[in-house]
Design a protein around this ligand. Structure first.
Ligand SMILES: [Zn+2]
Length: 287
């Protein structure tokens, strides 16, 4: 536990709210098969999930505030992103569990997006400026919604709990843990495992195509970010933070799109890019 707290200490010293935390999970990243069986029996109901998400969100929000980064929940940009999020939400497998997704715009040049358990998404105005097309923006939002849809953050929580003595000895109480360890909850926000990122990218590509968007725009976004960030790996934005690396991710996304097109008979060339939709903040979907 002391070792873990030392990790946490260094995590909190990271000055940028979006900066990469050290690998908090380390050896806890993957529970042993026996633990995994136990974990699967721990159901986290949606109310608990929302409370966990609230704690993560509030902690994150105060870190943004300390950097003078504001969160917008009104205005034309916010309305636009919300419309896109609603269109993607309609394709989520667990959309009943998340009847609405709250959208926040963080006013910063940084290009990032982040999902919170229970159904919240933050996207930066820097991302809105950087994406160049509605298709790419939908890709980013869909990727984040996939993490919510698949309960990836809850999986991280379960993995952590599996490594805790309290859990293994049956004395674990989610309520207690949440009451006493606000900071700890914050640490569950990141990072995702590479497999989770890959799955979220695939969901994003599939959902983009179902909504009529050009998945090549998502791949192009990765390429442009990789080019922009060349030679400054230490400031890789959060959206691209985890492995696999940009270039691998770009390739994986492109290959998956081709495979999907073949399976569904969709003509990739006919899919929508939406530069004008983005420029005018007039969504191609959800009208
Ligand atoms: Zn992700």
């Amino acid at each position: 536990m002391r070792k873990w707290l030392a990790f946490l200490g260094s995590y909190l010293l990271v000055s940028q709210a979006w900066a990469q935390p050290p690998d908090l999970f380390g050896p806890f990243g993957k529970p042993a098969p026996r633990d995994r069986q136990r974990l699967e029996r721990v159901a986290i109901d949606v109310r608990q999930e929302r409370r966990i998400g609230d704690q993560q969100f509030q902690a994150f929000r105060s870190r943004l505030e300390s950097q003078k980064i504001r969160l917008w929940t009104t205005g034309k940009d916010h309305r636009y992103v919300t419309q896109l999020v609603h269109a993607v939400r309609s394709l989520m497998s667990n959309k009943q569990r998340y009847p609405s997704i709250e959208v926040y715009l963080a006013v910063t040049e940084q290009t990032d997006a982040r999902a919170f358990p229970g159904g919240r998404v933050i996207v930066t105005t820097g991302m809105l400026e950087f994406v160049q097309s509605e298709a790419a923006l939908v890709g980013v939002l869909a990727h984040e919604l996939s993490h919510i849809d698949r309960g990836h953050q809850m999986e991280q929580l379960r993995s952590f709990l599996a490594a805790q003595q309290t859990f293994q000895s049956g004395r674990f109480s989610l309520e207690e843990m949440m009451a006493g360890t606000r900071l700890m909850m914050n640490a569950f926000a990141r990072p995702f495992r590479p497999e989770q990122e890959t799955v979220a990218d695939e969901d994003a590509v599939r959902w983009m195509m179902q909504l009529g968007y050009q998945p090549a725009e998502f791949a192009r976004l990765f390429r442009r970010m990789a080019e922009r960030d060349q030679g400054r790996a230490e400031v890789v934005p959060g959206f691209l933070r985890s492995h696999p690396l940009h270039r691998d991710r770009l390739r994986a996304v492109s290959e998956y799109a081709v495979k999907q097109a073949r399976q569904t008979g969709v003509n990739l060339k006919k899919l929508h890019v939406g530069r004008d939709n983005l420029a005018g903040r007039r969504p191609f979907v959800g009208r």
